[in-house]
Write a protein that binds this ligand. Structure first.
Ligand SMILES: [Zn+2]
Ligand SMILES: [Zn+2]
Ligand SMILES: [Zn+2]
Length: 349
């Protein structure tokens, strides 16, 4: 019989169904390749996207920040950030809206694409540590800009990666997206307010989770400043969450030392994911604070959802998910691989 588990703090239930237990090899090659034409994200095609707002170019071993103009595109870049050509949120002043039968407002916001590598065929699972460092730096800088004083109408900055078609990607070239909303999205405000409904939790549910999971059967890996767990009620097989161990609320203020350490963690974890499952579809979601508020701060973290199962009637109709891989099993498999990746990174056999 399966086990019905409740999330640490959300009203979300998961049936852990090991009777359907699948070995990692059963999941392989489930992703259909994305059909490809001309890639707008590749070097040489910069004119096919709106002008970049932020481009990193390596000159004499130093990264220089540049920006496109309408007439001229910056070439030879390492990272490129530009407005999405088909935005979900837009800055158009007179977007239509009505207020019946419920409230409504224009979908006002910024929508950027971040391309962290000029190499079309590079994969997140084989990103070098250096690639992760520059990528995180850019995400931090853009977050800082969007939460800064010069930008109006940003209540929350959503940062996410869709990798593979089953995860919603339509372009193979590695990329992330940044979408802003005027309001705080429900998942984020639920996470911030969760402790109120749980008297046993400290002020921060995430600090409580870290305390409960440290050294336990779902603790996958730790670096100096970060810790990765397979969450107790994982919705997805091999799901993992990456936490700053200390209570940190401002992703936009992450410093070089911590970026370096986070890059090690991501290199190790995505390396492990890749060696266990291959280049599977996944979503990588940053849960950060609505930083302009002073009271609603979140212990920021990253959640990674491998997309190996399909949500169907039960999930969509009831909010109860079925996960065939117990997180304890996912943890032990990923932990072994993570230690190997870490050893490789440090040249130890
Ligand atoms: Zn490309
Ligand atoms: Zn905390
Ligand atoms: Zn979260």
């Amino acid at each position: 019989m399966g086990e019905l588990r409740k999330d640490y703090f959300l009203e979300r239930w998961v049936v852990i169904e090991p009777a359907r237990a699948k070995r990692p090899s059963d999941f392989e090659k489930i992703d259909e390749d994305i059909k490809e034409g001309l890639c707008y994200f590749c070097p040489g095609n910069e004119h096919l996207t709106p002008p970049s707002i932020y481009t990193l170019v390596l000159e004499n071993n130093i990264f220089i920040k540049k920006q496109d103009s309408e007439e001229e595109r910056v070439k030879n870049w390492t990272v490129r950030v530009f407005p999405n050509k088909y935005p979900i949120m837009s800055l158009e002043p007179n977007a239509e809206h009505t207020n019946y039968p419920t409230e409504s407002e224009p979908a006002y916001g910024y929508h950027y694409v971040v391309v962290p590598t000029p190499n079309h065929d590079e994969k997140f699972i084989t990103f070098s540590k250096e690639r992760w460092v520059t990528f995180i730096e850019v995400l931090r800088d853009i977050t800082q800009f969007l939460y800064g004083n010069k930008v109006k109408g940003v209540g929350y900055v959503s940062i996410f990666i869709n990798n593979g078609r089953a995860a919603g990607a339509s372009i193979k070239h590695p990329h992330a997206q940044i979408v802003t909303t005027q309001n705080i999205p429900p998942i984020i405000s639920n996470e911030i307010m969760a402790y109120k409904n749980h008297p046993s939790f400290e002020k921060c549910v995430h600090c409580s989770i870290i305390r409960v999971e440290t050294g336990g059967p779902r603790h996958i890996f730790s670096t100096k400043h970060f810790m990765t767990i397979a969450p107790w009620a994982s919705v997805n097989p091999y799901e993992f969450w990456v936490y700053p161990i200390r209570h940190e609320t401002k992703f936009s203020e992450i410093n070089a030392d911590r970026i370096d350490d986070l890059a090690i963690m991501l290199k190790v974890m995505f390396g492990a994911l890749g060696s266990v499952l291959g280049n599977i579809p996944f979503n990588m979601i940053f849960h950060i604070s609505p930083e302009k508020k002073t009271t609603k701060l979140l212990h920021w973290h990253i959640e990674v959802y491998p997309r190996l199962t399909t949500y169907a009637g039960l999930e969509l109709g009831s909010g109860i998910y079925v996960n065939p891989v117990p997180p304890e099993q996912a943890c032990s498999v990923l932990a072994v691989s993570a230690r190997k990746e870490y050893a490789k990174l440090h040249g130890v056999e």
